[in-house]
Ligand binder design. Sequence first.
Ligand SMILES: Cc1cc2nc3c(=O)[nH]c(=O)nc-3n(C[C@H](O)[C@H](O)[C@H](O)COP(=O)(O)OP(=O)(O)OC[C@H]3O[C@@H](n4cnc5c(N)ncnc54)[C@H](O)[C@@H]3O)c2cc1C
Ligand code: SF4
Length: 551
Amino acid sequence: MSTILPIRHQPPLPLDRLILRDPPSAEAIELDVLIVGAGPAGLACAIELARLVKRDQEGGGGMPDLSIGVLEKAGSLGEHNLSGAVVNPRAFRELFPELQLADFPFRQPVPEEAVYFMTRRRAQRIPTPPTMHNTGFYTASICEMVRWLGERAEGLGVNLFAGFPADALLVEGNAVRGVRTTPTGLDRDRRPGANYAEPTDLTARVTVVAEGTRGLLGQAWREWQRVGSPNPQLFALGVKELWEVKRPLDAVIHTLGWPLPTDAFGGSFMYPLGATQVAVGLVVGLDYHDARLDVHELLQRMKLHSLFRRQLEGGQLLEWGAKTIPEGGYYALPGRRSGDGVLFAGDTVGFVDVPSLKGIHYAMQSGMYAARATFAALKGEDVSEAALTAYDRMVDESYIVADMWRTRNMRLAFKDGLYVGGVKAGLMSLTAGRFPGGRIAMAEDAKAPRTTSPAQPFMPDGALTFSKVDAVFKSGNATRDTIPSHLVVGENVTGEVADFYSHLCPAGVYERVGDELRVNAPNCVDCKATDVLGPRWTPREGGSGPKYRAM
Ligand SMILES: Cc1cc2nc3c(=O)[nH]c(=O)nc-3n(C[C@H](O)[C@H](O)[C@H](O)COP(=O)(O)OP(=O)(O)OC[C@H]3O[C@@H](n4cnc5c(N)ncnc54)[C@H](O)[C@@H]3O)c2cc1C
Ligand code: SF4
């Protein structure tokens, strides 16, 4: 049995493609502030900034109107957003103090909650760990939240550019000056076709990058500016399904244990979304050891367990999707998240508290801080790193970093497996993070060696369990077949490595054919797992990928 070290087969980040020193084109769209990514972080930033300007003007502060633009790679808002989700409403309350809780785009308050330890046949209820309490929170669809936030942003005069993926940062010296978007209408060989449209340059005095998990621009900027972190960022892959069900689910449910092997970190969730819908998902750390581990397939097996089966049986799969989560925590936060003309907010920085599986309110809050720092910098006519570093201070002094500090070693403890990790995590909870002291050092996920376990064939039944082909159909992905591949494959991809990629990718993009790797790029749902462990993901034509409606 041979061992695969994913990093050996992974190409480096294409830095010369992502950091462009070319002057912007003469037709560049000029904005004051450009926000990349219309997720909770980007939209909260846009709303807060537009409001600050309005308030300043009403108070006679003299701030001129600002042109604020938000770029989004999905064809329309929400289509590339996927979450659980149980939402802590704290950031919504701060952003919209004039609204009531009932006005927010949530589905329902969290009713009961229950945590189970699972074995293949049993589900043993265990006490809810302190980090997993959700009383006072709300279940929601992130697609719906994003569309709602988008409407508020537009109402405040923000320009939303959906279907425009940022392909590269435009830089001058050390400063970020804007972005270049991807071209559209290229054929498989990258030749312009009938519907070809050139890339567009957008320039801005401040660019706020809120591109979400495993952000490419953020990776490139940190490498270019040599911004490090004590530990590398770690990731988990979440595969999620939305079901129409016959009977309402009466609790927010989390599980640990089966179907994961004991040396993998992760767990599942099942959330009620009103009387007739349920979200079910499985999240697995990408430092798992078994080269055959397949998160999509594990989720399918998991649904056959009585805990899930009795809830889902007789219902209907509405949507399927996948996305990674940055889960390195406090020690993976980059040393700075601001530079000349640029700020980074939300998941691209890694503002996620893994033990509670929460990122939405941190993303929104960091977006609001980015707006406040941007506003002050524009008012002072100084968008240098020295001025924008106010953002880092706001974040460092906020509950975002305080919460992440409390759980700083919790995810890291699980590198020793479920049982040892579970005991350590319990002690960490009891001591508010003081045990074990210091930092547990981690290597990046791609440096964890993989060995192959014996195959355990699985046949989906098409009623409760589904193949990857059916799953991609349910993601709404209808990317044209003639699109050029946006996945950069490394060298030395053996048959075994191709096999590993085929299990890694939840959307069936990779296939082993003989000893070769076949890449079905249009299937990609932009979960970014491949960018963590395999071929590099790069932005492609706007509007490609999934079309989530209520994930
Ligand atoms: C399975 C799963 C379950 C989760 N459960 C919960 C939960 O219950 N509660 C909770 O609080 N959090 C949860 N999270 C985490 C939460 O969803 C994230 O922390 C949150 O969505 C981060 O917001 P964001 O705005 O930073 O990124 P995103 O929500 O990912 O938004 C980023 C946006 O940027 C766009 N984008 C990316 N690249 C480009 C580009 N190059 N050009 C233009 N646009 C681009 C994307 O399409 C996307 O719309 C979960 C995450 C997952 C995956
Ligand atoms: S190819 Fe696309 S869908 Fe598959 S793992 Fe990579 S990013 Fe996810």
